[in-house]
Design a binder for this molecule. Structure first.
Ligand code: PLP
Length: 451
């Protein structure tokens, strides 16, 4: 008998009478058959209000690199809570966290703290414009940099509006955006270094920064093609632009040095979120001293009542110490575990005749579902993803997986945490076997009647 969700259903109905649309982040409404309500988490496991137990690969949208409710982190937060929850002032703890970031990330010569990566992106873009005196920012189609006006330009344009391959349009998925913000962006397709060169030449002397997800994790899961990061660095050096690596997802997941160490590039500024706070509202802007100089001199404003909050700092210090203590084992072990899961899912898909194609570096991956007749091979950029990924079919399989106790992200992303074990992967695959069987038997094409 697969999972039922009567208590979550009832709570969601109640929530809609007090919380706008019943959820506190729009994307959470996507969960089928109902946005779930959780009671408790431990390690790789999560329990909802109906008593259903999940092996969790959503893992706090990737923030819980250390798993749910790790004991050491809970103790660190509790100890700090007894001393004070908020000072809006300095503490030695913030220096300890900043010094760890310096040690771990070579380009982190100076840091500033915030409460969300959305805020850090806004700080980084303001700083880049202040630093260069230029108005424009170059970003890649399908890359997500938070929910603010500036973070979502070119995130998910529909094919009828996305413009030509040479000149992607600057679309925003939200109403209410300041129209002039759109004009301050140059949108470029991911993983095409020559196209990037042409776009930079087209706006020569006007671009302050190039911002990018080192591995595109918010649309599919696409590693940079060889030469991609190198081209960004080369163009930034040659044209006097700042290179901003948005490591909100990749930071610490790819090891102590983040994706920049893993792939071997050095950005001017880095956005850190998610794993830096292990699930607490904590994020950091890190960068070369020269790139941070306008903040150092007070010429670019950076502020926030809750910045450097001691509860978040206590959690962050514990998280960073975990990563440091693992040394070379991280990310090697979660890469291997992720590959085991990807291979197992692909084998199940083949056995059940499901066109599922796991793609990614293991520690995070995406399960693309090929549309009927779509070509094989890795998905390369946002347009390729839209053309080949069968989202309704994936949504159906995702629901079947959820009802068997395997929780992946609604858009098809899976995260491995340090709390996942080989036994978790084996059990997840056993549960997934039933889910694939049901999916293969019940899916009826684009008209997904069960949803
Ligand atoms: C790459 C990237 N940048 C920025 C953000 C925004 O982070 P937050 O939701 O903490 O503001 C996210 C969130 O998922 C992200 O994935």
């Amino acid at each position: 008998m697969s999972y039922q969700f009567p208590k979550s259903q009832a709570l969601f109905e109640r929530a809609q009478k007090s919380i706008a649309a019943g959820v506190n982040s729009g994307i959470r409404k996507m969960e089928q058959p109902v946005p779930l309500y959780f009671e408790r988490g431990a390690g790789s496991r999560l329990w909802d209000v109906d008593g259903n137990e999940y092996i969790d690969f959503q893992i706090g949208q990737g923030a819980l690199l250390y798993g749910h409710a790790p004991r050491g982190m809970a103790d660190a937060i509790a100890a700090q809570a007894r001393l004070g929850t908020h000072w809006a002032a300095q503490s030695e703890l913030e220096i300890e966290v900043a010094e760890r970031l310096q040690r771990m990330i070579p380009s982190a010569e100076r840091v500033r703290l915030n409460n969300s990566a959305t805020e850090v992106v806004l700080s980084a873009l303001r700083l880049a414009r202040g630093h260069t005196g230029r108005p424009l920012v170059l970003k890649f189609e399908g890359h997500y940099h938070g929910w603010a006006d500036e973070g979502l330009v070119g995130f998910a344009p529909s094919p009828d509006k996305w413009g030509t391959d040479d000149a992607p349009t600057r679309l925003h998925p939200s109403q209410g955006v300041i129209p002039e913000v759109l004009e301050k962006f140059v949108v470029v397709r991911w993983n095409d270094p020559e196209h990037l060169r042409r776009r930079v030449a087209e706006f020569k002397g006007q671009i302050a920064a190039i911002i990018f997800e080192p591995v595109l994790c918010n649309t599919g899961c696409m590693e940079p093609v060889p030469g991609m990061a190198e081209t960004i660095r080369e163009l930034c050096d040659r044209e006097g632009m700042l290179m901003i690596a948005d490591e909100t997802i990749t930071g610490f997941r790819f090891g102590a040095g983040g994706a920049q160490k893993f792939f071997g590039f050095t950005p001017d500024l880095t956005v850190l979120g998610k794993a830096v706070g292990g699930g607490l509202p904590f994020a950091a802007l890190a960068g070369k001293e020269s790139a941070m100089s306008k903040i150092i001199k007070g010429e670019v404003v950076h502020a926030g009542t809750l910045n450097g909050n001691p509860l978040c700092l206590a959690a962050s210090k514990w998280c960073l110490d975990q990563v440091l203590s693992l040394g070379e084992r991280h990310p090697r072990e979660i890469i291997a575990l992720g590959h085991e899961l990807m291979t197992g899912l692909r084998a199940l898909a083949d056995r059940h005749g499901v066109p599922l194609r796991p793609q990614g570096p293991g520690l995070v991956f995406h399960t693309a579902m090929l549309k009927p007749g779509a070509a094989e091979g890795p998905v390369r950029d946002y347009r390729d993803y839209v053309r080949r990924h069968d989202a309704p079919r994936w949504a159906h399989l995702r629901r079947c997986l959820l009802e068997e106790g395997v929780r992946a992200i609604e858009r098809g992303l899976w995260f491995i945490s340090l709390a996942h074990t080989p036994a978790d992967v084996r059990e997840a695959l056993q549960r997934a076997e039933r889910a694939f069987g049901r999916h293969a038997a019940e899916f009826v094409g684009a008209d997904v009647r069960r949803l």
